[in-house]
Design a protein around this ligand. Structure first.
Ligand code: KG4
Ligand code: ZN
Length: 333
């Protein structure tokens, strides 16, 4: 029997989860609304909120799972990548918890964990598979050979896909984080209303900064001619921008699938919650006979269940770290 406590605190979500023998028993998340007034995550406020939230969130995860803290066999935590002050809170908590309960400590890479979220529930992808990991900080195509044998084969050269959504929302005067709102308005809009350029980046890499600039100029010029342009056309603008972001992502994913001869295709990270991306992935899968894997919504955005499941697979290998471990703002796979 292995009971794992997972801790996630890399950005603005404080989360704790309990996993018993690979089965998730709880996944508690405290969101930080404090950042909404600032149009983005304020690192200092994030770490303060993590400090306030971490103990109640862990208590909630234990109580939902009906597990006593003495029954935990190991504690897994996000070591990086992320905001250093935020990571420090989760790391310090995990180290103290492991020391006090005399149990092993397991470090987890946040980006690997987004991918391993596919192993929380069935159906699970078969190795090797390709995973498009799209979040607020990352846009990667990863060749996953085994649980911890992952290679980034394509990535963004500037903004992440989530940033493209959030910056679009900001230009449209929508509150942070704008990704889910763009998704919501896009559902009522026509994605062919406006055409935005597709960047010409070689290989499997991505670029979103040119798109951001073209949206900025497009809105500036149209608002100059008609001050109500955004309000009158919000749904069509959101649908058109979202469609371009999705086609950029899926065209590269299709290129990677062809290049590696792989038909097991997964998506992960906060942007994989996007309904347009999910729909178009399903259509693309039909076209190329892919088997696709999309995690449940709560396992797409930042959560500790993905840290606990990654911790479980490391526990099986006895892959532990010492009390001298420190968080890493930049952590490669
Ligand atoms: O993985 P995540 O929760 O945190 C990071 O590790 O970054 O991803 C957050 C990102 C944000 O940019 C947010 O706007 C975006 O995911 N996001 C969405 C949707 N839900 C979250 N973007 C588009 N459509 C959504 N439904
Ligand atoms: Zn994330």
């Amino acid at each position: 029997m292995a009971t794992i406590l997972g801790i996630e605190s890399s950005c603005d979500e404080t989360s704790a989860a309990i996993c018993i023998d690979g089965e998730m028993q709880s996944n508690s998340i405290a969101n930080q609304l404090v950042h909404q007034n600032f149009g983005g995550v304020v690192p200092e406020l994030a770490s303060r909120a993590h400090q306030q939230n971490i103990i109640p969130v862990v208590q909630q995860a234990l109580s939902v799972a009906k597990v006593h803290k003495n029954a935990i066999d190991a504690v897994a935590f996000t070591r990086g990548p992320g905001l250093l002050g935020s990571l420090l809170v989760g790391t310090s908590f995990a180290k103290a918890f492991a020391l006090a309960n005399n149990i092993p400590l397991i470090e987890v890479n946040h980006m690997q964990a987004h991918i391993l979220a596919h192993f929380i529930e069935d159906p699970k992808p078969k190795f090797p598979f390709l995973c498009l990991t799209v979040s607020g900080g990352h846009t990667q195509i990863v060749l996953v050979r085994d649980y911890f044998d992952m290679e980034v084969v394509g990535q963004t050269t500037d903004d992440a896909a989530g940033e493209a959504f959030d910056k679009t929302a900001k230009i449209l005067n929508l509150p942070y984080p704008g990704g889910p709102l763009v998704d919501k308005y896009a559902k009522q809009g026509n994605h062919l209303a406006y055409k935005f350029p597709e960047p010409q980046i070689p290989g499997l890499d991505f670029s979103f900064s040119g798109l951001k600039t073209s949206i900025l100029y497009f809105i500036r010029d149209n608002v100059a001619a008609n001050p109500d342009f955004i309000e009158s056309n919000l749904a069509d603008i959101c649908a058109s921008v979202q469609h371009r972001i999705i086609t950029i992502l899926l065209n590269k994913l299709a290129k990677a699938a062809k290049q590696f001869g792989i038909k097991e295709i997964a998506i992960a990270g906060g942007v994989s919650a996007n309904s347009g991306l999910r729909d178009m992935l399903a259509q693309t899968a039909e076209q190329y006979s892919w088997n696709i894997y999309v995690p449940r919504f709560e396992y797409c955005t930042d959560n500790a269940a993905m840290i606990a499941i990654a911790g479980y697979y490391k526990f099986l290998k006895k892959d532990f770290v010492g009390q001298d471990v420190a968080p890493l703002a930049r952590m490669i796979m």
